[in-house]
Design a protein around this ligand. Structure first.
Ligand code: NI
Length: 255
């Protein structure tokens, strides 16, 4: 069974059929989902999802585009919710220099503050890093993130050299729909290079649908396309990809 390590089922894109879709996952071979918070507003919705569905777990945290809404109270709320039995990680947190919605300084501040919560609460982290390769890696090194409780660099989009640094820190790389795109040469190289024991599968749905559904709303039902592409790239079986990535996620999240 496939483990979905990164989804956003609280997104309004799922308002029309959320229940039906989530209830169909198990029959389609998806055994568990980590629903990841992005906005401050989404925190409550993610808690509701993980309390409603036995196979849905939560990552609690605030995305770098959204840190303008952060304050000490929100930080304490995140800390408190990490004590919830179904909260498995802090996330998604990090740096996004593509949209630059918030200043780099403010992004770094809340990235570091949330990483500190992960350390104190002994939880893994889920990192979002876009067009911020150098600053993310430097910050992670300064924080000694490799000595914490593990984590995922989600939707990994950097070079093999950068991948090596994170792999050496014992972290996992999240591989999603982009790996199926014909122009994703760099990510295909990373997927070939990284040991299967340090990869997890993700969709980031409703975004980033893999081929052949590129451009449409994404969901965990598309994970087999990602697993197939990974199997092709590594020259191993589909079942091996599914089994090992699922075991990786469970080990990381303590499930
Ligand atoms: Ni995401």
């Amino acid at each position: 069974m496939i483990f979905e390590s990164h989804a956003h089922y609280d997104d309004e894109a799922f308002d029309a059929d959320r229940d039906e879709l989530l209830n169909s996952l198990e029959d389609s071979g998806i055994e568990a989902v980590v629903n990841v918070c992005s906005t401050v507003e989404s925190i409550e919705a993610v808690v509701r999802l993980m309390e409603k569905y036995p196979f849905v777990y939560g990552a609690i945290g605030v995305h770098p585009d959204e840190v303008g809404d952060m304050d000490g109270q929100v930080l304490e709320k995140i800390r408190r919710l990490l004590g919830h039995p179904k909260a498995v990680a802090i996330g998604e947190i990090g740096l996004d220099y593509h949209w630059n919605k918030e200043s780099h300084q403010l992004q770094k501040k809340w990235f570091c503050e949330q990483m500190e919560i992960a350390r104190q609460e002994k939880k893994p982290f889920i990192i979002h890093s876009r067009d911020a390769a150098e600053d993310t890696l430097q910050t992670m090194k300064e924080l000694r993130a490799g000595d914490m409780y593990g984590g995922i660099i989600h939707c990994f989009s950097y070079s093999v050299e950068t991948a090596r640094e994170y792999l050496n820190m014992g972290l996992f790389l999240g591989i999603g729909g982009v790996v199926t795109f014909s122009n994703a040469r760099k990510l295909k190289e990373v997927a070939e290079y990284a040991p299967l024991t340090q990869l997890v599968l993700e969709t980031d749905c409703p975004y980033l649908s893999p081929v052949p559904n590129r451009g449409k709303r994404n969901s965990s039902l598309n994970l087999p396309y990602i697993a197939k592409e990974l199997a092709n790239l590594k020259g191993i079986s589909y079942d091996q990809v599914v089994d090992v990535t699922s075991a990786n996620a469970k080990k990381l999240f303590g499930l």
